[in-house]
Design a protein around this ligand. Structure first.
Ligand code: NAP
Length: 313
């Protein structure tokens, strides 16, 4: 039996997958080590360790420094945390886990659409409050006939659109490039926001999309508009969002992602026209397992000198 390949594991991203990695490779759990233990391990691994498993939310900076690293197999589809300047200079290949999480994230997006437009969380609070016999819960708005604007109509955005069509929502979108799809394309985000009753952000994070949703876009969405974010917190100017909700520039928001996770601004927490989820887009047993399997399959392909399944960058 040949010696097991060395594999760095940056963080405990999914315990079930990490256990499978432990069985297949000579794994090194970086997150368990003190700084000095980590330094000596990485010195020892120079020239021996060719791959690392990382996560969309955590890459240990020291992994880039290991000369022998050729692959980072990342758990998650977002790649905004990867320093592609360094991976390119050092010829490190990168894989992520696209597609297998589309359904889960789109389900969460639709949950936020329904929760915000139908005031679901407040309705639950009202039902528990004991006040039903004294007053009735206020009317909401029907989503049938509303325009759902999607900024970032990619793999996840398309699944959101597919779910919204049977709810009789009209679908509009903005990307940098128009797609051959039966939805209305807006070449500018401002025009999309003006047209939308509900605006969903499904953009990737990173410098290019930083604070794309700003004061002007929220102004364009308007006082009856609802904003949903399931992409990345960095795409939204959170201060502008708080102001827009406070001043009734927009009606409501539903958020799964934040600028500075796991911290949610106190102002958002205190507002009852905001529905807050703790970044649960892909958090189902089945989806996380499928993401983990893709991490494993990319590593297996790499060590077998076969084409990587989902290379990015
Ligand atoms: P994707 O297939 O790459 O889709 C991204 C879309 O955004 C593309 O259609 C792209 O079209 C558009 N886009 C990119 N930059 C843009 C810009 N500057 N202006 C306008 N449109 C732009 O990615 P995906 O797989 O759908 O994932 C999207 C993001 O969702 C991920 O990157 C991740 O951050 C987030 N996510 C969140 C969760 C969660 O738990 N909430 C889970 C998974 C993923 P063009 O290239 O034509 O512009």
């Amino acid at each position: 039996m040949p010696n097991k390949e060395h594999l760095i594991v940056a963080c405990d991203f999914h315990s079930e997958t990490v256990r499978k990695l432990d069985a297949l490779y000579h794994t090194h759990h970086l997150w368990r080590l003190s700084p000095s233990e980590k330094n000596s391990l990485l010195t020892e691994l120079q020239g021996k360790c060719r791959a690392a498993a990382v996560a969309a939310w955590f890459v240990d900076e020291q992994i880039y420094e290991l000369e022998s690293i050729e692959l980072m197999s990342s758990f998650g589809v977002g790649i905004d945390i990867i320093d592609f300047k360094r991976t390119k200079t050092k010829n490190i290949r990168v894989t992520n886990t696209p597609d297998v999480l589309n359904d889960s994230v789109a389900d969460v997006a639709m949950s936020l659409v329904l929760a915000t437009t139908r005031n679901i969380v407040n309705a639950d609070r009202f039902a528990r409050s004991g006040n039903w016999s004294n007053s009735s819960f206020p009317f909401c708005r029907s989503i049938g006939g509303m325009t759902l604007g999607i900024v970032g109509l990619g793999r996840i955005g398309e699944e959101i659109a597919r779910r919204a069509v049977p709810f009789n929502m009209k679908i509009a979108y903005h990307n940098r490039r128009e797609k051959n799809l039966p939805y209305t394309y807006y070449p500018t985000l401002t025009a999309l926001a003006k047209e939308s009753d509900v605006l969903i952000c499904a953009l990737p994070g990173g410098e290019k999309t930083k604070k794309t949703i700003n004061k002007d876009i929220l102004q364009a969405l308007g006082s009856t508009g609802v904003f949903i974010n399931i992409g990345r917190g960095s795409s939204v100017d959170e201060t502008a969002l708080v102001e827009a909700l406070r001043n009734n520039t927009i009606a409501a928001a539903g958020l799964d992602v934040y600028e500075n996770e796991p911290n949610i601004p106190e102002a958002l927490i205190s507002m009852n026209n905001v529905v807050l989820f703790p970044h649960i887009g892909s958090s189902t047993v089945e989806t996380r397992r499928a993401m983990g399997n893709l991490v494993l399959d990319n590593l297996a392909a790499f060590f077998a000198n076969k084409p990587l399944l989902t290379e990015v960058g």
